[in-house]
Design a protein around this ligand. Sequence first.
Ligand code: SF4
Ligand code: SF4
Ligand code: FES
Length: 230
Amino acid sequence: MKFRVYRYNPETDQNPYMQGFVVEASRGMMLRDALLAIQDQDESFAFRHSCGEGVCGSDGVNVNGVNKLACVTPVAELRETVVVRPLPGRPVIRDLVVDMSQFFTQYKRVEPWLKHRDPLPEQEITQTPEARDKLDGLYECNLCGCCSTACPSFWWNPEKFLGPQALLTACRFLEDSRDQAAEERLDALAGPYKLFRCHSIMNCVEVCPKGLNPTKAIGQIRARMLKGSL
Ligand code: SF4
Ligand code: SF4
Ligand code: FES
C-alpha cells in the first residue's frame, strides 16, 4: 500500500516535504500500524501515539484531508495513495508531531472541574440517573484535538475562540447537576469571540472519533445564555 507522509525537521530541513513509502497491508491493519511500519523503514520519522485503543487521543493526524485518530482508522478504508499530514493549524514540532499547547490552554480556560459551593456531604454528592444521563455525549472526549484543528474559526482565532473541544467541555460542566457555578461559567463565555465565533460549519462533528457533537453543545450553551438574558 502506498503512503506519502509529511516530513519536517526544523533543525535540519529548510522546508517541509512529502516522502513516499510502501507498506505491506495486513488484515485488520490500522493506520497507526502502517506508521509504525514506516518508522521501521526510517527511524527518524516521528509521530505521537500511546494506547493504540482510541483512548489517549495522542495520535490525531490528517489523512487524505480529514482529521482522524490513526489507531482506530483501518487502512482498508483509505484511498490510495494515502496522504498523511500533521493536524492542521498547529505549529509543527517534527513530522506529524504538532504543538498542542494552545489547544490545552483553551481547555484549561473553561475550568474543567466541578465547582460545588455548598458544604460537601460526608460521602458523595449524589446525582439522579436522569441528571447523569444529561452528561452522555459530553464527557467522553479524549482530548485528541481532531475537532478544534478542523475548525476554521479556531484556525483564524486560536487565542480568542475557545474551539469546539473546550466548548464541549464547558457544556459538560454546565449540564452537571453537581456543579454550582453555571452563572460564573456563562459570564466567562460571554463576548464576541469565546463562544460566538462558531459558524455551525460542523467540521468538528464530522471528524470526532468518539462520535461527539460539539456543535450541539455550543447550541446548548447559547440557549442557556439566551434564557438567562430574558
Ligand atoms: S461547528 Fe463551530 S466549532 Fe464546529 S467546526 Fe464549525 S465553527 Fe468550529
Ligand atoms: S470532541 Fe471528539 S474530536 Fe474533539 S477532542 Fe474530543 S474526542 Fe477529539
Ligand atoms: S494511540 Fe491512543 S488514541 Fe490512538
